[in-house]
Design a protein. Structure first.
Length: 347
């Protein structure tokens, strides 16, 4: 692709509706022009987790106003859009269908092509929108929702899976542990806030697969250990003990993520690393991994904090970079599907 292209991105894989517009010029890194995001966290909090039907209905309400908001912020008419991108998967089937259906319908109305992209590829490439973008090749730690993976990234669409979770992901460990501690939804940020007041050494929690010799992860056993420790504290647990257990839980998750990342860096010989996904916003992970990488001379890259969660910017970016690399085939026939389960290697 050599000409300037405006790509609209629609994200609706779970409980955030995101819309964004990026401009791609030649082979340069696409630039984010504007993005808008609506989180459903308040709506789902009463249920302690995402209710798929409610999520889908809310995406329907939000996607058109958010699209209008983005276009007005940039000051362009929708007729200026060249490609409409959407999250094809993985995610909740109903939620994905809302974004995909809207994106393809809009593209058809404009006489433009549409392109479905992989949710995790969006996260993986999102640091390219930061003030300090990475360069290929690099090691990627993807810690998004139900996914924890280490990838050797050689270029757009060139991803080698090095290790992944065999049960609960890091994000699930944060959320489920937070629920056990009686914290709100979403649990990860709530647990991290409480952990700031605790002593991480007050509880001896396991670091699953820390010395397994491979690059896989497992956090289900940690969740069970947190449950056991919380039950031992009894029904009248004091706030300090809850904070200590939160701190110990966070430390266990971070220790495993850091150790496995360092092992992957050593195994691959890479000197550049990307951390992406919601857990990538965790302050302790950034501090410990940042210090470890600095000691080894490894450049560490993150997306901007506002782009760590699900968002339309990463969808538009992934589509634009796919097209630039000649690895994306935009469709003009109005047909689409979604893939709730979709390995990144098949993208």
């Amino acid at each position: 692709m050599t000409r300037t292209m405006l790509v609209l991105g629609i994200e609706s894989s779970c409980d955030e509706t995101g819309v964004a517009l990026v401009r791609a010029e030649g082979q340069g890194v696409p630039r984010l022009l504007a993005h808008a995001l609506h989180s459903q966290a308040d709506m789902h909090e009463a249920y302690g987790g995402v209710v798929p039907e409610l999520a889908s209905r809310d995406h329907i309400r939000r996607v058109v106003p958010l699209t209008q908001q983005v276009l007005e912020a940039v000051g362009v008419d929708r007729s200026a859009i060249d490609v409409v991108a959407y999250t094809r998967g993985p995610g909740l089937a109903g939620a994905l269908l809302v974004g995909a259906g809207f994106a393809v319908a809009l593209a058809a109305a404009l006489g433009r092509p549409s392109l479905g992209v992989h949710h995790l590829e969006g996260h993986l490439l999102s640091p390219f929108l930061s003030a300090d973008p990475p360069a290929f090749p690099f090691l990627a730690l993807l810690v998004s929702g139900g996914h924890t993976q280490l990838m050797h990234v050689q270029g757009v669409g060139q991803y080698e899976l090095l290790g992944e979770t065999i049960d609960d992901a890091a994000g699930e460990a944060f959320d489920k542990s937070a629920k056990l501690l009686g914290l709100g939804y979403p649990g990860g940020p709530a647990l991290s806030r409480l952990a700031a007041f605790g002593d991480a050494t007050a509880f001896d929690l396991p670091r699953p697969l820390l010395h397994s010799g491979d690059l896989d992860f497992s956090f289900a056993g940690l969740k069970t250990a947190v449950l056991t420790a919380h039950r031992k504290l009894g029904p009248n647990v004091c706030e300090q003990s809850r904070a200590d257990l939160a701190a110990a839980t966070q430390a266990a998750i971070v220790d495993v993520l850091v150790a496995k990342s360092l092992k992957a860096l050593k195994q691959t010989g890479l000197q550049r690393m990307v951390v992406a996904g919601g857990v990538g916003a965790n302050a302790q992970l950034r501090e410990k991994l940042g210090a470890a990488c600095a000691r080894r001379g490894v450049r560490l890259h993150y997306p901007e904090l506002e782009l760590c969660t699900d968002n339309g910017a990463m969808v538009a970016l992934a589509a634009a970079m796919r097209l630039q690399a000649g690895r994306g085939q935009a469709s003009e026939d109005g047909a689409f599907d979604v893939r709730p389960r979709w390995p990144l290697a098949e993208a």
